[in-house]
Design a binder for this molecule. Sequence first.
Ligand code: CA
Length: 227
Amino acid sequence: MVRILVVEDEPSLRDGIVDLLTGDGHDITAVGDGVAGVEAGLRDPFDLVVLDLMLPRLDGMEVCRRLRSARPGMPILMLTARGSEDDKVRGLMEGADDYVTKPFSARELLARVRVLGRRTPQGESLDEVRVDGAVIDLARMVVVRGDARTTLTPREVGIVRWLFRHQDRVVTRAELLEQVFGQRGDLQTRAVDMAIAVLRKKVETDPAKPTLIVSVKGAGYAWRMSR
Ligand code: CA
């Protein structure tokens, strides 16, 4: 069972989502505007937030930003209107993890909810990732290895989060560039490689032989492929 906060102002759609997710065995809290969404999300740690973009009192982008800064590990699935590509990109930059475009099918929504809301393995959470001999504390932005503490930049936290959340597949350089760096363009993908090299020095036991952030030749990077 996953605890989900649904923030959607249109009553019929909200009821439909609540019925669908309740029927899938989840525990749902539903609210109808952005202010109530922030209040609920700050009050309780949810496993997932399903957040409409166009909301009264406080728009979804601002709700996303506030929840993300208070609870960096809480996954957010954005609901966007058809054709608003700019909104999707902006939403992901504000820290949303994924989006579905309205109108969406029940199957489509459930698939995204199952991926984002799934419990992470071995007691790991998106606030704290335990790796060989170290803890990557994403909320406090530090890597703790024995007595040594290394500070992470917001971008490095973003890279770790993105790779960790998408650990079932290879993540391309272009994707990291767009989703974490907020940039586009083939020429800039070198910046991704440089950032990964610096990050490996902080999180890998042996940066020369990375086992956590693995290079996949011709494709990009993957989180701990052996798992
Ligand atoms: Ca709406």
